[in-house]
Design a protein around this ligand. Structure first.
Ligand code: GLN
Length: 537
């Protein structure tokens, strides 16, 4: 749980602790608690909490769950994300069903009991015999938030029930360094710990986030006033790469502290080497691959968190580092030379990620056209896939009025991209109504670049999040003009992967699914890896 400020990297600390425990051969899972009232993250704008991440089961969640999956190399589900909305919905449904008949339904004990039951269920997992040995729980928000209170109380009760040796409380706190004396200020941490203690939770360890590593004086103070042993106060300064966080915490003895706290039998943390080698590449790789990322949420890097991670994974695996240029697609609508065009033209490859709404769509299509005509390696994802089809239809196939019904009414265009019938909600409800989660794609062509990248398998399963699709009525015409739909859904009515033949373009690939959601540091997504490979050659 965190102190007075959000966004200090609780998610990365949680994921890194998980990665370390995993490297010690323990079975680990993770739960993120988001104390907002939304049921899930599905209806958030990416500017609200950053990218919306999608799990195998289609649950739309906070981007922290993406970090858990990537760092822990596990698959999570809807039960690994608790929100106030989900808990209240559960309790209210039980109340309506008469489960509490005769009783007044209250935050304590009904909400707090429901939280504990949920946590224990998710911590057990659904693989009998393979139950996780450790479950990490990250409480979003800051200590003292009204929204967080029922969760803190539930965690206090949980600790009381499962006993101290089965519950370790780690406080992540910001230590500002201000004033002309550049002194580390420990007071905010002392205050947040004292609030936490007033709720009955005493931190077993404190991770101190700061710009530069805190000195021993600050450590002493925190240890003394927060009543936490010196060797359980960890200094985590801003690092140049998040991949360095597990090793940093390991070197300071966090594994020993955790195993003492939780009485874990930890032998050697013998799978740590790969973390140090990935952070070594991230820091010191000589070759940089410049990548143009053309989207409309470019003001905040977190909006494309998984895309950026997938690019990192692929670059690192190929011994280089990415140099991502975020380009606002609206600046590419006009063909007049400007910085955006300059950035695009000086990049070695282009990615057009997913998105919603009409703003900047014309600029994205201009970028795609440029990559196609100039044989620049290109990857389109989800909306990027749909726009690739529209661009090709207009400029190669000759369907001048090709468009998507997401942006213009069906009557006034050639609807090359249409809303999927079975996901059309008559009440226009927005939450959880898209085509979401893992779906199968089968390869329908033998000689396919993408199929080769996936190891020449016949079928793949990737995660989706969309409401629109390629109109099957246009597929024949598009294919005749050279656009190859090499991957389709089971009954071959839904287009999933397109590519241009390698004789026409070195790497022109677009996919309806989101391959970035399942990319891992040590197992990069094949289509992202293909993009980087093409960019480097
Ligand atoms: N807006 C498009 C759709 O709903 C694409 C969605 C996306 O890129 N995630 O199909």
């Amino acid at each position: 749980m965190g102190s007075s400020v959000i966004g200090i990297g609780k998610g990365i600390v949680t994921s890194s602790i998980g990665a370390l425990l995993k490297a010690c051969n323990l079975r680990v899972t993770a739960i993120k608690i988001d104390p907002y009232i939304n049921i899930d993250a599905g209806t958030f704008s990416p500017y609200e909490h950053g990218e919306v991440f999608v799990l195998d089961d289609g649950c739309e969640v906070d981007l922290d769950l993406g970090n858990y999956e990537r760092f822990l190399d596990i698959h999570l589900s809807s039960s690994n994300n608790i929100t106030t909305g989900k808990i209240y919905q559960l309790v209210i449904n039980r109340e309506r069903a008469g489960d509490y008949l005769g009783k007044t339904v209250q935050i304590v004990p009904h909400i707090t009991d429901a939280i504990q039951q949920w946590i224990e269920g998710a911590a057990r997992g659904d693989d009998p015999g393979q139950e996780p040995e450790v479950c990490l729980i990250e409480l979003g928000g800051t200590t003292g938030d009204i929204e967080g209170m029922p969760f803190i109380e539930a965690l206090r009760q949980l600790q009381r029930r499962v006993k101290k040796e089965n519950f370790c409380c780690c406080h992540v706190s910001l230590i500002p360094c201000i004033g002309t004396s550049r002194e580390f200020k420990t007071k905010p941490t002392q205050s947040s710990v004292s609030i936490l203690r007033s709720y009955g939770l005493h931190p077993d360890m404190i991770v101190c986030r700061s710009e530069a590593a805190i000195n021993s004086g600050a450590k002493d103070k925190i240890s003394m006033f927060c009543d936490v042993e010196q060797d359980r106060v960890f200094a985590l300064p801003d690092l140049k790469t998040i991949y360095g966080v597990p090793s940093e915490l390991q070197e300071q003895g966090i594994i020993r502290a955790l195993s003492e706290c939780l009485m874990l039998k930890v032998c050697a943390c013998d799978r740590m080497k790969r973390w140090s080698s990935i952070s070594e590449i991230a820091l010191h790789a000589n070759e940089e691959v410049s990548i143009a990322l053309v989207g409309k949420y470019t003001a905040l890097g977190d909006c494309y968190a998984s895309v950026v991670k997938a690019l990192e994974h692929s670059c690192y695996e190929q011994g280089s580092k990415p140099k991502i240029k975020y380009i606002d697609s609206e600046l590419l609508i006009d063909s007049a030379e400007n910085q955006a065009w300059e950035d695009l033209k000086t990049s070695r490859c282009l990615i057009v990620p997913g998105g919603f709404g009409t703003r900047g769509v014309a600029g994205k299509m201009n970028a795609i056209k440029w990559a196609r005509q100039n044989k620049i390696p290109f990857l389109g994802v989800c909306l990027g896939f749909q726009l690739t089809v529209i661009e090709y239809a207009r400029n190669v196939t000759g369907i001048a009025d090709a468009h998507s019904t997401e942006f213009v009414p069906e009557e006034s265009c050639d609807p090359v991209v249409i809303e999927m019938l079975e996901y059309k909600d008559p009440d226009k409800k927005m939450g959880g109504t898209m085509r979401l989660g893992l779906r199968e794609t089968k390869f329908v062509a033998k000689d396919s670049i993408v199929r080769g990248l996936y190891g020449n398998v016949g079928k793949i399963r990737e995660r989706h999040r969309h409401r629109y699709e390629i109109n099957p009525d246009y597929v024949n015409e598009l294919e005749k003009s050279g656009l190859r739909f090499v991957g389709k859904n089971e009954d071959e009515t839904r287009m999933e992967i397109l590519e241009l033949h390698s004789t026409v373009h070195p790497y022109f690939v677009a996919v309806q699914y989101h391959p970035e959601y399942s990319s891992r540091p040590f197992c990069p997504s094949p289509v992202y890896a293909g993009l980087i490979m093409a960019a480097k050659s």
